[in-house]
Ligand binder design. Structure first.
Ligand code: BTN
Length: 231
């Protein structure tokens, strides 16, 4: 497989880098094709959410990958945490947190039957939290770097993605578990609650249930909340 990041398309503004990358992938773009943008008008998050970032202060990128793996969301989370530093943690499946606040989100989308996946990453490199929509002020954070550090941070991230993609499943899970923000923490979802107990070999969140026993949650199906259940 060729290096990540080539060819590269940079757009001053677009709707969503994932949408651009998906079109390129459908048209045959090679493994490693990178789409970056200074701003997005319709940035998309997981489970139908939107993704906001002030122009020129965040990494907004999507990669076309043709080396498909069901572990891609976990691979990406490991690479992003390593880019963010020793204190960064992962909130399953792949939100990256600093001090309990979200600094990066990852949206992996694929068409396995066409042989491609698109890995979208938003990383708040140099944003000021007060420039985000008010509803994000309590939950979002920033690396606190300067806008001129966007490009070096991107190069670090591409290197970390290369490294993480090369890990075998056991090493990947070890790396992911070392950054697990939910281990031992209360978690709740539609239909249940319990205590985070790591990820299983397929990347599902293992939860210890209040009555004893465990369950495994699938990222595609579960809307996760953290903290104790509301009274
Ligand atoms: C999430 O946490 O819900 C995932 C957020 C993913 C955001 C990135 S920004 C670059 C790429 N383009 C998009 O429209 N979304 C992803």
């Amino acid at each position: 497989m060729t290096a990540l990041g080539l060819p590269r398309v940079h757009l001053r503004e677009t709707t969503s880098t994932n949408d651009v990358a998906r079109s390129l992938a459908s048209a045959g773009a090679p493994h490693g094709t990178l789409v970056t943008a200074g701003a997005q008008s319709s940035g998309r998050g997981r489970q139908g959410r939107t993704w906001s970032a002030p122009p020129g202060r965040a990494l907004l990128l999507s990669l076309v990958l043709r080396d498909l793996s069901p572990m891609l969301p976990l691979v990406a989370a490991v690479a992003v945490t390593r880019t963010c530093g020793d204190d960064a943690q992962i909130k399953w499946p792949n939100d990256v947190l600093l001090d309990g606040r979200k600094v990066s989100g990852i949206l992996a989308e694929g068409r396995p039957q066409e042989g491609w996946a698109v890995l979208g990453i938003g990383l708040n490199v140099a944003i000021r939290v007060e420039d985000l929509p008010p509803e994000l002020h309590a939950t979002a954070t920033t690396l606190g770097r300067e806008p001129h550090e966007l490009e070096p941070t991107l190069q670090t991230l591409l290197g970390e993605l290369d490294r993480a993609l090369a890990l075998d499943t056991s090493a990947l899970l070890d790396a992911w578990r070392a950054r697990d923000a939910l281990r031992g923490k209360p978690v709740r979802w539609t239909g249940g609650e319990g205590v985070g107990a790591g990820v299983d070999g397929e990347g599902r969140l293992v939860v210890e249930l209040p009555g004893g026993g465990q369950t495994a949650l699938d990222a595609g199906e579960v809307h996760l909340g953290t903290g104790p259940a509301a009274a």
